[in-house]
Structure formats: structure tokens, C-alpha cells
Design a protein around this ligand. Structure first.
Ligand code: SF4
Length: 354
């Protein structure tokens, strides 16, 4: 049974009067319809859960046989987060990948630039990206040519790149940063002006926090998912839940960030939610993080500021695709050593700050 069949069956039952046992008047009985629907749904749920459980078992067995470690970003599907060895934001996952000693394979359930960073930081491991097409559009917005052009326009100005960049771009920068440490990284630089890319919203945030001049490269880089959040959505939710604390990701617009009681990366949000006395939260980042927030804080309520905030690239990863890539050890992410060497230095400078 699949989704399509179930959907058709439900539609048929709801629209056809005599498909289920009739009552004494000869008319279809809605109670019977409900019971039938429940049985159908239960069968479906059992079937799907059974299938998922078997798939999970197979992945866990393969993982053990092949000595693999599964890392999942906070934006991954709940079922992937639940089987991962470690769930976190980009800096946590990079660090975890860098420090891994025992595993032979790292399955990186996220997008291209994160798997690349793992391959750069731990070149002895085989790094698999379950779907090679899981590419971050924001990372594609900054080319090597753009960095070189900006450097020539602003000579002697340090270049700070968000980890959401491709390896070739990282190789051209002075130091990397993440949304969790961008303010600290820029504060640590001995210069009043820095170039920062590719997210102009992060650049604006860092400029405000550090008081330095932060020039975005390219001029208009952005995350299409975080751009979907609008302050109006927060106002509506706030009217329904006036007691709620608002958490917003730095990749959101300035107007959206202004609505936040807290601005930070996904893992910083998880810590904030745990430590905060608030019981209700409005969340301004990709919907995947709600799974972790709800799991870690069973007594608290979380509402996504905008229901459509789903990163389609992150969601390309599925259990089936993780299984296939691990089984065949396919979709290996590699970075040519001359690029990896330079990019590694930029990443290590960031790690040395803490
Ligand atoms: S949420 Fe935005 S920055 Fe993150 S992978 Fe998706 S598009 Fe890229």
C-alpha cells in the first residue's frame, strides 16, 4: 500500500455512500465509515511503520558492518535525526567530523558544503552525501571570481566566509565562520572593515553586533528559505500566544530579526529553549529543528513562525537514500588536495578561536 492508494481509498469511502455497511434505512452509515477509515489508516500506519522499522534496522546493521557514523543537520527529517549518531548545526557537525577517529565512513545527511567541510577536515574518511543533488543555493551564490573581484576592490581587507560556501570559495578566504560564531570571528580580526559572504543578512547582523564595517559579498546573497519569514507572521502568532519567546536565525531579514527575543544558530536556539523560563516559543528557522526542540523539551510548545519554511535541498535526504548510498558506498564527496589544504587552514583558524 502506498500514499496514493491510501488517498484514493479514503476519497472513495468519503464520497461513495454504499461502500461500507448500510444502516437500517438503507443509507450509508457514517459511524461505519469512520470505523472503516480507522481500520484502513491503522493498516496503513502499521504497514508504513513496519517498512520504516525494517529500513531503520537495515541502516543500523549496515552502519555497524561498515563502521559508519551518521551525522545529521538540525534541518533533517525527524526519522533521519532519530537514527543519526549526532544531530547538530554546521559548526558542531564539522567539529564532530574532524574529531572522528574510529569510523571508516561518515554519512553526512545535509547539503553539499557541509559534506565538503567534513571531507576537508578529515581527509582519511570516506564522506558520503546521500544525495549529490542536495546543494545549498546560497553557497552557489559566491564564486571564486566574485571573491577575487571584491579583494581587488578592497585591497588588504580580510575576507571572512560563512561555512555555507563551496570548498573552492573557502580556499580563497582568510577565515571561516558559522552563524553561531560569526560575531566572535569578526570581533577577533584586527581590522575595522571586513568582507563577509555569501549571506548579506548575516553580514548586516555582524555589522550591527560588532560596530565594524562589514561589506557583503556578493551584494545580495541570501538563503531562500529564511527569506520566507515575515514579521507579520510573528505578530499574528504573538497575538495568539502573547507569552511566547521568539527565536530567529541570523539568515532572516533585519525586520524579522527585530522581532526576536533571541537571535542565533539552530543549536544556540536549542540551548536557549532549554535554559529559558518560557514555555512557548515562536521559531524563525527551517522547520526541521522543531523535531529536536520538541524532543529535548517535552513540556514546552514550539510554533514555526511560517509553516512554509522548508528547505527543499535539505529535505532531499531520506532514509531510503541514506540506505542506498551506504550500501553501495556511493556519492563520495572529495575535494582536490590543493583546494582542501587552503580551505582547511581557513576552517582551522575558526576552530582555533575557541
Ligand atoms: S536552509 Fe538556506 S542556507 Fe541552509 S541549506 Fe537550505 S538554502 Fe542553504
Amino acid at each position: 500500500m502506498n500514499d496514493h492508494i491510501l488517498e484514493k481509498d479514503c476519497e472513495t469511502i468519503l464520497e461513495t455512500p454504499f461502500l461500507v455497511p448500510a444502516n437500517r434505512t438503507g443509507k450509508f452509515c457514517s459511524a461505519a465509515k469512520c470505523i472503516y477509515l480507522c481500520i484502513l489508516l491503522e493498516t496503513f500506519t502499521f504497514h508504513v511503520q513496519g517498512g520504516t522499522m525494517a529500513l531503520v534496522d537495515n541502516i543500523l546493521k549496515l552502519k555497524a558492518d561498515k563502521s559508519a557514523l551518521i551525522l545529521a543537520h538540525n534541518y533533517q527529517r525527524p526519522e533521519i535525526q532519530d537514527i543519526a549518531d549526532y544531530v547538530g548545526d554546521s559548526i558542531e557537525l564539522s567539529r564532530r567530523a574532524m574529531e572522528e577517529k574510529e569510523a571508516r565512513i561518515i554519512v553526512f545527511s545535509a547539503v553539499d558544503f557541509m559534506a565538503e567541510s567534513a571531507a576537508i577536515l578529515n581527509p582519511k574518511k570516506k564522506v558520503l552525501l546521500p544525495v549529490l543533488g542536495a546543494r545549498c543555493p546560497m553557497a552557489q551564490m559566491l564564486t571564486v571570481e566574485e571573491i577575487k573581484r571584491s579583494r581587488s576592490q578592497h585591497p588588504r581587507t580580510p575576507v571572512v566566509l560563512y561555512v555555507n560556501t563551496l570548498a573552492a570559495a573557502k580556499a580563497e578566504c582568510d577565515i571561516c565562520c558559522t552563524s553561531a560564531n560569526a560575531v566572535e570571528v569578526v570581533s577577533s580580526i584586527n581590522a575595522d572593515t571586513v568582507l563577509l559572504g555569501p549571506d548579506r543578512n548575516l553580514a548586516e547582523y555582524v555589522q550591527r553586533k560588532t560596530g565594524k564595517t562589514v561589506i557583503p559579498i556578493p551584494e545580495c546573497g541570501f538563503c531562500p528559505t529564511h527569506l520566507l519569514f515575515q514579521p507579520e507572521d510573528v505578530q499574528i502568532l504573538k497575538a495568539q500566544h502573547p507569552e511566547a519567546a521568539v527565536m530567529v536565525h541570523p539568515e532572516c531579514t533585519f525586520e524579522m530579526k527585530k522581532t526576536g527575543d533571541f537571535v542565533g544558530s539552530t543549536s544556540q536556539m536549542c540551548r536557549y529553549a532549554k535554559e529559558s523560563g518560557a514555555k512557548t516559543f515562536i521559531v524563525g528557522t527551517e522547520e526541521g529543528v522543531l523535531h529536536r526542540l520538541r524532543k529535548d523539551n517535552p513540556g514546552k510548545k514550539f510554533f514555526l513562525a511560517y509553516e512554509g519554511a522548508v528547505c527543499p535541498n535539505m529535505k532531499l535526504n531520506t532514509l531510503e537514500r541514506i540506505y542506498a548510498s551506504l550500501k553501495e558506498e556511493k556519492n563520495v564527496v572529495t575535494v582536490p588536495e590543493p583546494i582542501a589544504k587552503k580551505a582547511r587552514k581557513a576552517l582551522q583558524r575558526m576552530f582555533e578561536l575557541k
